[in-house]
Design a protein around this ligand. Structure first.
Ligand code: GLA
Length: 401
């Protein structure tokens, strides 16, 4: 929600001026770094219950995930019930008391996220916000909601296709207007609420997302817990880096780390690349029952520090050589992260590869930290690297030369 760029200092100054002049305070800065937390959809889908959300909140605290930055507990689709005669939306029987749930989440030092659609129905067919935007925003604020994922879903058929069947430009204007409408509704509540757009990257949302107050916007269709889909999404991110920055982020979708058929190497690569992309880190797995090695990936502080780097400059693909991709990310203080991903499909062989530091603009040997082994390493130009299929080398160079 509506941190429209600029520096935190400017916000502080404005806040001080507002206090002096008795004007209302400006919107509070949110999502200055990519949001971190958990979302119910990727593991629970439409089966999520209040107990599952309690379990996730408890696990964020007991596993130490909260301590490394995971704070949002986001309920995705299927919490919604019916509207009453006054248009007030109620929860369904899976979520008997949303205010109590929000209080519980807040009591743990965490924040609560919720989900809706600008259409009449959500993607799973539950009641959504069309015609009730302000009422719903006020309801969320009254519960203490801190994050809204607003998913296009039925708005496309019910409004865009219905009202402008043959006019793509008009359809896109209607979509942008719907996202603006909810932004204004959230802003009017006075509560700082992270505003997450989900419309699968249509109409180059990265170009207009910040203008409708979005803090993040999905850049693709849905992720799935298999390598081909994770890698396909990664490939779609090339070229989008310039649109991301503090307060407004590209969202390649929630994490599948620990889900489905992903191997340990694939989970590590997925997490590493989302960090390189300055992506929101929203875990999507069954937190109370995850294996220690999955927790180890999700809580790697060095990798999280790449994602959360305060410069907020998204990584870019420097070059690809066959099926090996080299991505770099500029970090605060002149540091640099390098990811070397072996996207080759042969799972059983390693892939000797020669890393060109010259092509990355560096000269001579570089001192680096391998962020998955924790060891200091020396990189030399054209050095051979053995990276197993679907695995990754991720390093941080404090002072690149
Ligand atoms: C869409 C979104 C998903 C999820 C589901 C819920 O598919 O892209 O992330 O929110 O809807 O129905």
């Amino acid at each position: 929600m509506r941190f429209r760029g600029g520096l935190p200092l400017a916000v502080l100054t404005l806040t001080a001026l507002a206090a002096f002049s008795q004007e209302p305070a400006p919107p509070q800065a949110v999502a200055l770094t990519p949001p971190m937390g958990w979302n119910s959809w990727n593991y629970f889908h439409g089966n999520v219950t209040e107990q599952d959300v309690h379990g996730a909140a408890d696990a964020l605290v007991s596993t130490g995930m909260k301590d490394v930055g995971y704070v949002y507990v986001n309920i995705d689709d299927t919490w919604e019930g019916e509207r009453d005669a006054n248009g007030v939306l109620h929860t369904n029987s899976k979520f008997p008391d949303m205010k109590a749930l929000a209080d519980y989440v807040h009591s743990k030092g965490l924040k609560l996220g919720i989900y809706s659609s600008p259409g009449p129905k959500t993607c799973a067919g539950y009641a959504a916000s069309l015609g009730h935007e302000q009422q719903d925003a006020e309801l969320y604020a009254s519960w203490g909601v801190d994050y809204l994922k607003y998913d296009l879903c039925s708005f496309r058929g019910a409004v865009m296709d219905a009202q402008a069947p043959n006019d793509k430009a008009e359809q896109m204007r209607a979509m942008e207007a719907a996202y603006t409408k909810m932004d204004k509704a959230l802003e009017a509540t006075g509560r700082p609420i992270v505003y997450s757009l989900c419309q699968y990257g249509w109409d180059a949302v990265w170009e207009w997302g910040p203008g409708v107050g979005a803090n993040l916007w999905r850049t693709t269709g849905d992720i799935q817990p298999n390598w081909d889909r994770v890698y396909a999404i990664l490939e779609e991110q090339a070229g989008l880096a310039k649109y991301a920055g503090p307060g407004h982020w590209n969202d390649p979708d929630m994490l599948e780390v620990g889900n489905g058929k992903l191997t340990l190497a694939e989970n590590r690569s997925h997490f590493s690349m989302w960090a390189m992309l300055a992506a929101p880190l929203l875990a999507g797995n069954d937190l109370p029952h995850m294996k220690p090695e999955i927790l180890g990936i999700l809580t790697n502080r060095d990798v999280i520090a790449i994602d959360q780097d305060r410069l907020g400059r998204e990584g870019t693909r420097a070059y690809a050589d066959g099926e090996v991709e080299v991505w770099t990310r500029q970090l605060a203080g002149g540091a640099m992260a390098i990811a070397v991903l072996n996207a080759g499909s042969d799972r059983y062989s390693s892939h000797p590869f020669h890393l060109s530091l010259e092509r990355l603009g560096m000269h001579g040997a570089q001192q680096a930290k391998n962020l998955w082994t924790g060891k200091e390493v020396t990189l030399t130009d054209d050095m051979p690297l053995e990276i197993a299929s679907h695995d990754i080398l991720l390093v941080r160079i404090a002072t690149p030369k």
